[in-house]
Ligand binder design. Structure first.
Ligand code: LLP
Length: 425
């Protein structure tokens, strides 16, 4: 992508700004987000899916500027908590273009969704049906969808596969629980069932998995028509579109996905004698991921036995993904050139556990030393949004870069922030 343009002399530039300059100005560790790249990715989705709704999955990363960019680019929003929802609406996102997800919605989630007028709530378990209906009250009506398990296993890691009965999300197609929930919803005057939803997994690279899921979802829509005499007007196929984290890795082919979903939907609806429902997709990672870069300063270099450890000033508290999913990144030296021969290094964080490894066995120049800057590309999704307070290191700031300028969007977490929350003692 444009955001990883290599500059001469070993520097790396994002959004027209050198990463070394960002580190100098904002200190490290720091996350950099390229506004132009986010917007371009939103436009690529809009162009690929002209007749569908594209909802950005806020869980990948959300801040108020991101809310504005996504809104200006014409996308909707997928949220999974009252927190994400309130942030989006208070930042000016139209609530009717938001869908609320969650396998265990709290009373506050439901209350906030109804109070703010969220567009759709996706029902994930039977017990939610009377809860939401009661919260809507006798005169109201809320649009809802049903999350269905299509029985397709896909995704980059066991922990992010959500299409089969072995995991907690959704209602089964095969044991009748999806059909049962649909019948119950249709009997609730406070709920308006607009359609079905599925999300087969995340970091999916095969278009085929979506096609299979799509046909099963249309099959269920046909059964709903046969059993209840209604054609549901909407079908949400979720997100999960895989991206490359390292050069040469496969990514999901978006154009192929869009084409297959469109033709697959038209064909299977025609075969079932159903009108074609309005399609939606919910990409998170594919919009935010490649637009972000994490920048760290090397604090220590150590040779033990055969290994070269390069320790940086962040780690698993700002990026738990290598430890959680075994994801491999390709960190690179920035800010200076080096003609030293590459060595195999293990880039580790500063946290007090041995599993705090950011990138094992990656090539770095042999003269890497404390004070050097390392950039980890493709850091815009599920890193800052999953950051923790572990070891009271503090979560890094987020700096937006755009057309040669920088803007601090989220400031660094400080000891004062921790102290403010710690009200005992
Ligand atoms: N829609 C629903 C209902 C979802 O649950 C998710 C992600 C998405 C859309 C967006 O998926 P995406 O396009 O971003 O892959 N923390 C993990 C990923 C967890 C994804 C959870 N749900 C990671 O770092 O890989």
């Amino acid at each position: 992508p444009a955001s990883t343009t290599l500059l001469p002399r070993g520097g790396l530039s994002v959004g027209g700004v050198s990463l070394a300059a960002v580190a100098e100005r904002y200190d490290t560790p720091v996350y950099v987000l390229d506004e132009g790249e986010v917007r371009e990715r939103c436009r690529t989705y809009r162009d690929a899916f002209p007749d569908a709704d594209v909802l950005y999955a806020a869980k990948a990363f959300l801040c108020r500027a991101m809310v504005r960019w996504v809104r200006e680019e014409g996308l909707g929003l997928d949220v999974c908590s009252a927190g994400e929802l309130e942030l989006a609406v208070t930042a000016g996102f139209p609530p009717e273009r938001i869908t609320l997800h969650g396998n265990a919605k709290s009373p506050r989630d439901i209350e906030t969704a109804l109070r703010l007028g969220v567009g759709r709530i996706v029902i994930d378990s039977p017990s939610e049906i009377p809860r939401i209906a009661a919260a809507v009250g006798p005169r109201g009506r809320q649009r809802v969808m049903v999350r269905v398990v299509p029985g397709v296993s896909a995704g980059g890691h066991e922990k992010i596969r959500t299409g089969t009965e072995e995991q907690k999300f959704g209602l089964s197609l095969t044991d009748g629980s999806a059909q049962h929930a649909i019948a119950r919803i249709l009997g609730q005057p406070q709920l308006e069932l607009t359609g079905l939803h599925c999300h087969i997994g995340s970091q999916v690279t095969s278009v085929k998995s979506y096609e299979v899921a799509l046909r099963r979802m249309v099959g269920l829509m046909a059964r709903v028509r046969d059993g209840h005499g209604i054609a549901l007007p909407e079908l949400d196929m979720g997100g999960g579109h895989g991206i490359a984290y390292r050069p040469g890795e496969p990514a999901l082919d978006l154009t192929a996905l869009a084409r297959k979903l469109r033709t697959g939907l038209a064909e299977s609806c025609a075969a079932a004698g159903l009108p074609v429902p309005r399609l939606s997709v919910e990409p998170g990672r594919a919009i935010a991921g490649p637009a972000g870069v994490a920048l760290y300063r090397v604090l220590a270099v150590k040779r033990t036995g055969e290994r070269l450890f390069v320790a940086v000033d962040g780690g698993m508290s700002d990026n738990p993904r290598p430890a959680l999913y075994g994801v491999r990144y390709a960190p690179r030296l920035v800010g200076r050139g080096s003609s030293a021969a590459p060595r195999t290094a293990t880039v580790v964080g500063r946290h007090c556990e041995a599993g705090d490894v950011l990138a094992a066995d990656v090539p770095l120049p042999g003269d890497v030393h404390p004070g050097d800057l390392l950039a980890v590309p493709v850091a815009g999704a599920y890193q800052l949004s999953m950051a923790s307070g572990y070891n009271l290191v503090g979560r890094p700031p987020l700096v937006a870069v755009h057309e040669g300028t920088t803007r601090l969007l989220v400031r660094r977490e400080t000891l004062a922030d921790f102290r403010n929350r710690d009200i005992g003692g």
